[in-house]
Design a protein around this ligand. Structure first.
Ligand SMILES: [Zn+2]
Length: 989
């Protein structure tokens, strides 16, 4: 797979962004910004007198406003010995400002007006962003601007927030992506900032500075004053207002940002010198599995982004079709996945990387794999860079740009403000997404850099345990380094097996018909067709006017989850199907037509989304593969190995993920324990799958949803074809379900007035983090209660975060949110912590609820009304693309609730809501000791709290508390909520 265009992870200092000095000349005046053909929004570039560069986006159709500020300062700027200071400053700016001194008032305002906030720090920039209901932009922006004008950075908050940064680092310590990333940084020049540790922890931000007589807060202020300057910032503001009004708004709010004329930070030179090249680094990961990362320093693509040489090269090296490197490695049973593309990059330096997940057998053939990779590179170097491949790529990228789905404004602004630092204004939207100039020289230039002289090979496997002699200091990763001179690689190339590597064939999935069909007006899906075998829901596109469609197809197979074995076999079946399809259908993904086949609660599911032009061809191929499915023993064993490793790695999941797992296991009927599934997968053989499949598919019902640029007649035709292949063939694979066989997923009903708790030791004893999941079960789908719950969650979310994270500093992951399992709804608090054990965290949640009682009772009517209005605005928000729309309607179909007008009805209910009703709801269901209260407390005890675990499992339960010791006997003993599938007035099957 081509990995060049992956979005950066929020708050992950893994993705580098270059300084813009050389790329973006500060031209003033109007510039024509290249935009998608159908983009009706208004754009204007403005430079304020303080040199702050802004892009205004006016969208009369938007329901949300948003803004993002990119600051060209990242952790590369951290002072020596104060690792993580830039990232820490990012955290601190959220607290308070001179104008808004109340702690967290920015986040409170945004949350209470339907929005959200976030930020991330990378090596060369820090990005802050939010969205909010469109009519609150003025007030939100006023608070946001103060980050960059006069933040408070109080001493008290500084000390507390260092704990949040430390907790964030604790969360990453046992995570392989973080560990391996730092290892690559570590094996580089100490004098280059690439070498740095960017997150920070208690030691680097508190202990070490103190030892040296430094005050972290003063250093923070110093850093802010000397680095944050208006000329190093890029702002994007997105609103419903006209461009003129947005401009006035921005001028008023941001003219006070100080411009110190600070020069752009630049970090010339490459982080790797000769001693960091021609190396083979063996590293021991936390998880099972073997990964090979082959990297080369290259000329950054950004310097030739119109030619896009890296796009061309990664398209080919990452290709998965017949004749590709991955195709060959897969055929040999050596690789599970392959990704290629430009990795860490800036304007000064860059790496091209090929990341291959190896099978156990592949691990034994590392040298052959590297040999084949170099052989493929030689093939590319000598094949004369065919122009048709460039043309094809250009067409795909151009179509992708012009028919780009509208994305949530919060993502849109953060993306553009990051681009502004890098590209000239006319390319702020298009960035490097479309290569437009064919340059064989630029492509050859990159290929010529992918040589054995330049290579760095990182090879990770548990098998290296005990064979390494070095330790990376920040994460403690064990590793060793060996030299690999080009002569050795040459030997590997020579001895690698002879395989038929060649260039790909032209892509047959390029959409050629992008016309729009004439659709009838329809606000909701309708049932288009119904037979004994299937049911089809249909919703034409009446909103987005793009040549795209969306298909969901649920195969209800009663046997799919009847035991841990069948659950695992169903999983293997869907993965094999994807595996068989890959050679042929990889091209569809490249051309913007995505598909997936995955197991789900009632069987398995096909999803397709993208250009509608070739969708039918692809769907019919998938159905054809199901009909003629054969178990291939060699691929079976690779898939079995993959799944086995995934189960084995289950114990290395974050404690909060383990808590989610226990919660589902306790509440959901027909779920199996991971260790039972692991035991099952180790027993199964290819012959078991052969025997199982006729039973799995033997009784099937298909529930499907077609939406977008498709006509009803065509949809009916597709479904008739599907039935003909699967149900009506002379020897048919599938037969109709009996009415007694329809599946439902049902949820355990907890007991009123009781508090259930389930203590468990963290599966990875080395993990010091503990986690509490405090779940309050409230009701099953009910209009009035739904809106009361949503309103309560909206009102309580920010106070909970403020108290439990900002004030008490229990842990970086601290949140309150709604929970909805098949229509059964409630609230859940999640806290991951090294500070307190889960039972204590539980007590803190209850203490918060007691405190919140007062807040709620004393809430002024105006505040109540404003929260209600915010929730109404959130509900009335229009769908931005077909995925969003389909997610909602398909949710109603798959749950069986079929309330397509849910939002409208809930808005009507909200308009009548009184504050007393909210208080009554809280008093009945949520308040500590509320009469109707039903609690399930999942407590995962980490390494620091194992003695507390011993105590809680042996202590007598408190009054009205019940300790769950055996999940399955508990689950059997409880009544279940009814299912909406087949209930009175609900969907009939
Ligand atoms: Zn952070």
């Amino acid at each position: 797979m081509d990995s060049t265009s992956r979005p950066p992870e929020t708050d992950a200092p893994a993705e580098a962004v270059p300084p813009a000095a050389a790329a973006a000349p500060a031209a003033k005046g109007d510039v024509e910004i290249t935009r998608p053909r159908n983009d009706k929004r208004g754009y204007r570039r403005v430079v304020l007198p303080n040199d702050l560069e802004c892009l205004l986006v006016s969208d009369p159709d938007t329901d949300k406003a948003a803004a993002s500020m990119n600051v060209s300062v990242g952790y590369f700027c951290d002072p020596e010995g104060l690792e993580g200071l830039a990232h820490f400053l990012e955290h601190m700016l959220f607290y308070a400002s001179e104008k808004y001194p109340i702690e967290d008032s920015y986040s409170k305002y945004i949350t209470e007006h339907g929005g959200s906030t976030n930020a991330f720090t990378t090596c060369e920039h820090t990005n802050f962003f939010f969205d909010v209901n469109h009519d609150c932009l003025d007030d939100a922006l006023d608070r946001f601007a103060q980050f960059f004008i006069k933040p408070l950075l109080s001493a008290d908050a500084t000390l507390r927030e260092i704990k949040a940064v430390d907790s964030e680092n604790q969360k990453n310590l046992l995570s392989d992506p973080w560990r391996m990333n730092q290892l690559q940084n570590h094996i580089s020049l100490e004098s280059h900032p690439y070498h740095k540790f960017g997150t920070g922890n208690w030691d680097t931000l508190e202990v070490k500075p103190k030892e040296k007589g430094l005050d972290t807060r003063l250093e923070l202020i110093k850093f802010y004053d000397s680095h944050y300057s208006a000329n190093l910032m890029q702002l994007v503001v997105y609103g419903k207002e006209s461009l003129d009004n947005l401009q006035t708004l921005v001028e008023n709010k941001f003219c006070g940002v100080k411009n110190t004329g600070r020069e752009r930070f630049s970090f010339p030179g490459h982080p790797c010198s000769s001693e960091h090249l021609q190396v083979l680094v063996k590293a021991v990961p936390i998880k099972q599995g073997h990964t090979l990362r082959i990297l080369w320093p290259i000329t950054p693509n950004i310097r030739h982004y119109k030619e896009g040489p890296c796009k061309y090269v990664s398209h080919l090296i990452g290709h998965e079709g017949e004749g590709s490197l991955f195709y060959v490695l897969k055929k040999l049973g050596w690789a599970m996945s392959l990704e290629a593309g430009e990795g860490d990059w800036s304007y000064e330096f860059s790496f091209f990387s090929v990341v291959i997940k190896l099978t156990d057998v592949g691990h034994e053939h590392m040298e052959d794999i590297v040999g084949l990779l170099f052989r493929y590179i030689t093939l590319l170097q000598t094949s004369g860079t065919p122009k048709w491949i460039f043309d094809e790529l250009q067409t795909i990228c151009e179509t992708g740009f012009h028919y780009r789905d509208k994305s949530p404004p919060i993502h849109y602004v953060a993306n553009i403000s990051s681009n502004m630092q890098i590209y000239p204004p006319e390319d702020w939207l298009i960035a490097s997404s479309v290569p437009s100039k064919f340059s064989p020289d630029a492509i050859q230039g990159i290929l010529n850099e992918l040589t054995p002289d330049n290579v760095r090979i990182f090879w990770e496997s548990k098998k290296f345990e005990g064979q390494t002699n070095l330790t990376e200091p920040w994460y403690g990763t064990s590793y060793s380094v060996e030299a690999v001179p080009p002569s050795i690689i040459q030997k590997w190339v020579e001895k690698a097996p002879v395989e038929d590597l060649h260039m790909p064939k032209p892509n047959i999935f390029l959409p050629s018909d992008l016309s729009l069909k004439n659709a009838e007006k329809a606000s909701f899906p309708c049932m288009l067709r119904k037979t004994l075998f299937s049911r089809v829901w249909y919703k034409p596109d009446t909103m987005f006017f793009t040549p795209k469609a969306y298909i969901k197809m649920d195969f209800h197979c009663p046997l799919s989850r009847s035991s841990p074995e069948s659950s695992v076999l169903t999983d293997v079946f869907t993965r094999l199907l994807m595996d068989y399809l890959n050679d042929y259908a990889y091209d569809a993904q490249v051309a913007g037509l995505y598909y997936g086949v995955r197991p789900n609660d009632t069987g398995f599911q096909i999803t397709m989304v993208g250009y509608n032009d070739k969708m039918r061809t692809l769907l019919e191929t998938v159905i054809g593969k199901i009909a003629e499915f054969e178990v291939k023993a060699d691929r079976f064993s690779v898939i079995k190995e993959t799944i086995t490793k995934e189960y084995e790695n289950f114990k290395f999941r974050q404690p909060y993920q383990q808590a989610f797992y226990y919660c589902s296991l306790i509440l959901e009927e027909q779920t199996w324990a991971w260790d039972e599934e692991l035991a099952a997968v180790s027993q199964i053989e290819a012959s078991d799958l052969e025997k199982f499949l006729p039973h799995l598919l033997g009784k099937t019902f298909i529930e499907s949803y077609f939406a977008g640029n498709m006509e009803p007649g065509a949809v009916k035709g597709v479904m008739q074809h599907v039935e003909d292949i699967l149900f009506n063939a002379p020897v048919s694979l599938c037969k109709a379900l009996l009415s007694s066989q329809h599946l439902t997923k049902r949820i355990v009903k907890l007991e009123r007035g009781l508090r259930y708790y389930y203590p468990a030791l963290c599966l990875n004893h080395q993990d010091e983090n503990s986690c509490l999941l405090h779940y309050i079960q409230i009701h099953q789908d009910d209009l009035k209660k739904n809106v009361l719950l949503q309103l309560l969650a909206l009102v309580a979310k920010q106070p909970a975060f403020h108290q439990l994270r900002s004030v008490e500093q229990l842990g970086y992951i601290t949140l309150l949110r709604q929970k909805n399992d098949s229509g059964v709804r409630g609230l859940q608090f999640i806290i991951q912590s090294t500070v307190k054990d889960p039972a204590n965290l539980d007590a803190r949640v209850e203490a918060f609820l007691t405190m919140f009682e007062g807040t709620l009772y004393q809430m002024p009517d105006t505040e109540f009304k404003s929260n209600v209005n915010a929730l109404i605005d959130m509900k009335l928000e229009k769908y931005k693309n077909i995925r969003e729309e389909s997610a909602f309607f398909w949710g109603e179909i798959s749950e069986g609730t079929l309330k397509f007008d849910r939002k409208e009805v809930e808005v009507a209910a909200l308009r009548d809501l009184k504050k007393e009703e909210l208080i009554e709801f809280f008093n009945n269901h949520v308040k500590v000791n509320a009469p109707q209260k039903k609690i399930l407390s999942i407590q995962v005890y980490g390494g620091l709290h194992s003695s507390e675990y011993e105590k809680i499992v042996h202590d007598e339960p408190q009054p009205n508390s019940y300790q769950i010791t055996d999940i399955f006997s508990f689950r059997r003993s409880r009544p279940l909520y009814g299912s909406y599938k087949g209930g009175v007035g609900q969907m009939k099957l």
